[in-house]
Design a protein. Structure first.
Length: 288
């Protein structure tokens, strides 16, 4: 559903460049691409700490050495909050795969597998395989609690997310965050430069945001709307009103954002990418 020319080439080229820096033999899959950024970031941390053993681990490790963490084409982790890192340039927490990383518990793997199966059934399997191959489950929450999820541009392919006991809710959040990774890769693959001084009011944040953030919101929420509309008729129990509330909220948000979308998209120089985002938003609105 979300394949776009050039993205896979961009991932392979970036992975090859990182492998050359580290001096190891990374492959060409989406998982290699995501893991490569963990290894590069980890190697930098180890070098700064003058930890020769850790640096050696990051330089020699490949995806083949991490099969104990994998569930098919995905790595699934359940990092502790004490193991999350913060950088000097961002307060956003993140986790790096390392020599002491443990596999996620069986119940977490089962939940992720169910979420991936649901996403795949409704047309989003490739998106998650290509743009969320590393999944970090954080806090288990109830449906009436706020769910936090995020990605970082320097760890493409990795998703950090809270979760509930409901796989469809997890699938929704994985799709949302994977879509951010997809758009970042698509912008890089097509060499699209967006102006930082042009803003549009984002109803999702309740504040003006640069073109980049505004388009990210429109794209990501359009895909969650499409997924939830496809899956909601097969969902039972307390997840039903939760997902219905999500749809109602997004209908209101898109109604407020739609007038700005055409102008915001005019700053996207790649026709194929501009058309892809516009089409997804149109489908989300038309399905309302």
């Amino acid at each position: 559903m979300v394949a776009l020319s050039g993205i896979a080439d961009h991932q392979r080229q970036r992975t090859s460049s990182i492998a050359a820096v580290l001096g190891n033999r990374l492959g060409s899959s989406a998982l290699d691409y995501a893991v490569a950024h963990h290894l590069l970031e980890g190697a930098e941390h180890a070098a700064r700490a003058r930890d020769a053993d850790c640096l050696a681990w990051y330089r020699r490790t490949t995806v083949r050495d991490l099969t104990h963490l994998s569930a098919g084409p995905h790595i699934v982790l359940s990092p502790r909050h004490v193991d999350l890192l913060r950088s000097e340039i961002s307060e956003t927490a993140y986790y790096l795969v390392g020599p002491d990383t443990s596999p996620a518990p069986p119940e977490a793997l089962a939940l992720v597998r169910a979420a991936l199966a649901s996403a795949t059934e409704h047309g989003f399997g490739t998106l998650l395989t290509q743009h969320a191959p590393v999944i970090c489950l954080l806090d288990h929450r109830q449906l009436d609690e706020t769910l936090h999820s995020w990605t970082l541009t320097r760890l493409p392919g990795t998703v950090f997310t809270d979760y509930t006991a409901h796989p469809e809710v997890l699938a929704r959040d994985l799709i949302h965050e994977a879509s951010h990774n997809w758009l970042n890769d698509a912008l890089a693959a097509h060499d699209v430069r967006l102006p930082a001084d042009v803003t549009f009011f984002s109803p999702w944040r309740g504040t003006p945001r640069p073109v980049y953030g505004f388009l990210h919101a429109c794209w990501a929420f359009s895909l969650t709307v499409l997924y939830v509309r496809r899956t909601r008729h097969s969902v039972t129990g307390p997840a039903v009103p939760f997902l219905d509330a999500h749809l109602r909220q997004q209908e209101d948000q898109f109604a407020s954002a739609l007038d700005s979308l055409t102008e915001a998209l005019s700053y996207v120089s790649a026709d194929a990418l501009r058309d892809r985002v516009s089409h997804a938003v149109s489908k989300a609105i038309d399905s309302a």
